[in-house]
Design a protein around this ligand. Structure first.
Ligand code: F6R
Length: 608
């Protein structure tokens, strides 16, 4: 949520800021702004709307200078408007601040500052911070920021510049990510690595409560007590192309097409030279695996549906109970952490505020945390006891696709690893599943060939106002994921039901022509699903089924079919989600929406 960029060097700051913001627009896109130091003054330009609106403003009112900060916003306090856009300044316009997060005690601070004569131009919490820094400013910007932050409650990643300090940017963080990029005679700040990739791959990750002084010559980091911190430089392996559209009309389509490679990249490091499964370094050696009595999975949104798949996969293959909870619920329900729990956190970004808070709570109560995440250096990856990375590369589209399938693959690999140690699967069954896992990247590649079929389905149905997904067993989490994908980018009202629940209420929604998407991959449940399809058809539903070619019962009943590649029952989510992702994508395109930047949403939800 909200993208931040800072630059100090010899080049034109505004070009680097705008280019960096364009790489971060997925973090928020309802307004954007820059503040650039030029000849003794801070020039601020900010505009409601997409980054293009700011670009147009800058054409009319250009800024020059070699030091500045920029921001792309996802509104929390105060509606999107020119006035509420960042950067915010103190009254004299000598200090400018960009901020990601929420200052929770901003009303109290505002009152305090108001009594001291400060006046406010916006409805944001961030403006309070600009005045608070001004209040503490005695000639040293770093100290003023440190003093101001001592009075701030909530979350923040900030960049601060002052016209009286043209040689430095002050950056700080708590519960919102911030990365410092190291260059030659120039240095950078950003919320996320993609904004830096064109300039440097050498970065420092700022930790909570740390403050950094970024100058042309170097980067100094201080802890919460102002003591200098030595931080090792981290070399990012991603290349620039990975964060670009590469000829695709949208990042989402590119990322769907990257799924076979992302899956292969996630799989390969876990297979040794002898072709055997090799999961090391997760603290899941023999004794630890045998000691597991329960698995608790916590995540948000799409990642939570990966967790729901995990429930079926782990329970079936390990015969131990699994609980899956939404992080936003877990953190506020006084959860029980028991000896023998394996606590699994799933998060693409590794920065989601609720997931992080749930993880910290579980850790404080004694749980050992294993994180499945995609972002090396993210807060969750640094605070978890062990990390299993999804090697999906940067995921830029707001709607998660390749991160989801690689999360599923990690779950399958963990289940295989633990099942072998616990002896909970027969040898032959284990071998067959392991072989099928290795075939998954190719199966997903083959599934992508259904793209044109899915596109035609989207063309026929993109004008519906409601769509209902049905599934049983492992198809139920995929029904939920398909439904989330459809609603978040095409704005079609959609819900997912466990098919067995239909007659307990939801079937009342079905009328002549209602679109029902029936996912049926579990052979022993074909008959049950067939009955559910009959029930909705009897009430006028139009049924689009997603099932393998051998599901004769389903094929006979459905009005339309997207045929799925066949695989082992436990692996079907990795296949069935592909057409669901494509369907959401093409419906959004048909309806003329901005697929990669759906309304009201942003990637990496770093506020509650
Ligand atoms: C939906 C989507 C979100 C995220 C959720 C968690 O397409 O992307 O539902 O899955 O916000 O994000 P991470 O995985 O970064 O914790």
């Amino acid at each position: 949520m909200c993208g931040i960029v800072g630059y100090i060097g010899e080049k034109s700051a505004v070009d680097i800021l705008i280019e960096g913001l364009s790489m971060l627009e997925y973090r928020g896109y309802d307004s954007a702004g820059v503040a650039v130091y030029d000849n003794g003054a801070l020039d601020v330009r900010k505009k409601k709307g997409r980054l293009d609106m700011l670009r147009q403003l800058l054409e009319k009112e250009p800024v020059q200078g070699t030091m500045g900060i920029g921001h792309t916003r996802w509104a929390t306090h105060g509606a999107p408007s020119d006035e509420n856009s960042h950067p915010h300044t103190n009254g004299a316009g000598t200090i400018a601040v960009v901020h990601n997060g929420i200052i929770e005690n901003y009303s109290r601070l505002k009152e305090y500052l108001g009594a001291k004569g400060y006046s406010f131009r916006s409805q944001t919490d961030t403006e309070v911070l600009a005045h608070l820094i001004d209040h503490y400013y005695m000639g040293d910007l770093l100290s003023a920021v440190q003093d101001a932050l001592r009075h701030v409650e909530g979350s923040y990643a900030i960049c601060v510049v002052s016209k009286d300090h043209p040689g430095e940017i002050i950056a700080a963080r708590k519960d919102s990510p911030l990365v410092l990029g190291s260059g030659q005679g120039e240095n950078f700040v950003a919320s996320d690595v993609p904004a830096l990739l064109k300039h440097t791959r050498d970065v420092y990750f700022l930790e909570d409560y740390e403050v950094a002084r970024v100058t042309r010559e170097g980067i100094d980091i201080f802890d919460r007590y102002g003591i200098p911190v030595e931080r090792e430089v981290f070399h990012v392996e991603w290349d620039v192309q990975a964060a670009e559209r590469g000829g695709y009309p949208h990042f989402m389509l590119k990322e769907i097409h990257e799924e076979p490679k992302a899956l292969q990249d996630t799989l390969s490091p876990r297979i040794n030279a002898q072709g055997d499964l090799n999961i090391e370094g997760l603290g899941l050696e023999e004794e630890a695996v045998r000691a597991v009595r329960r698995i608790v999975i916590v995540a948000c949104g799409t990642a939570s549906y990966a967790g729901q798949v995990g429930k079926y996969v782990f329970e079936k293959s390990l015969r131990i109970p699994v609980e899956v909870d939404l992080a936003s619920e877990y953190r506020y329900r006084d959860p029980v952490v028991q000896e023998g729990d394996l606590f699994l956190v799933i998060s693409q970004s590794g920065e989601t505020a609720d997931t992080l808070a749930a993880m910290r709570l579980a850790k404080a109560r004694g749980a050992r945390i294993l994180a499945i995440t995609n972002v090396v250096g993210s807060t969750i990856s640094r605070e978890a006891d062990a990390v299993m990375y999804t090697w999906a590369g940067p995921e830029i589209a707001v709607a998660s696709t390749k991160a989801f399938t690689t999360q599923l693959l990690c779950i399958e690999l963990l289940a295989l690893h633990m099942a072998r140690i616990r002896g909970s699967m027969e040898q032959a069954q284990w071998q067959a599943l392991f072989a099928a896992v290795q075939a998954i990247p190719a199966k997903v590649e083959a599934m992508l060939e259904a793209e044109d079929t899915v596109k035609r389905c989207a063309h026929r149905h993109s004008n519906v106002s409601d769509a209902y997904f049905l599934g049983r067993n492992l198809d139920y989490p995929i029904a939920m994921e398909g439904s989330l994908k459809l609603k978040e980018i095409s704005y079609i009202h959609s819900e997912a039901f466990a098919a067995g629940e239909l007659k307990h209420g939801p079937i009342a929604l079905i009328e002549e022509g209602t679109l029902v998407l029936a996912i049926a991959t579990q052979k022993e449940l074909y008959e049950k699903m067939a009955s559910n399809i009959k029930e909705v058809k009897a009430r006028g539903a139009h049924v689009l089924a997603m099932c393998p070619g051998d599901a004769a019962l389903i094929l006979d009943l459905a009005d339309e079919v997207i045929e799925l590649e066949d695989t082992q029952a436990l692996l079907t989510p990795l296949i069935s989600v592909i057409p669901a992702q494509l369907l959401a994508y093409f419906c959004s395109v048909e309806r003329g929406y901005d697929v990669d930047k759906p309304r009201n949403l942003a990637k990496s939800v770093t506020v509650e």
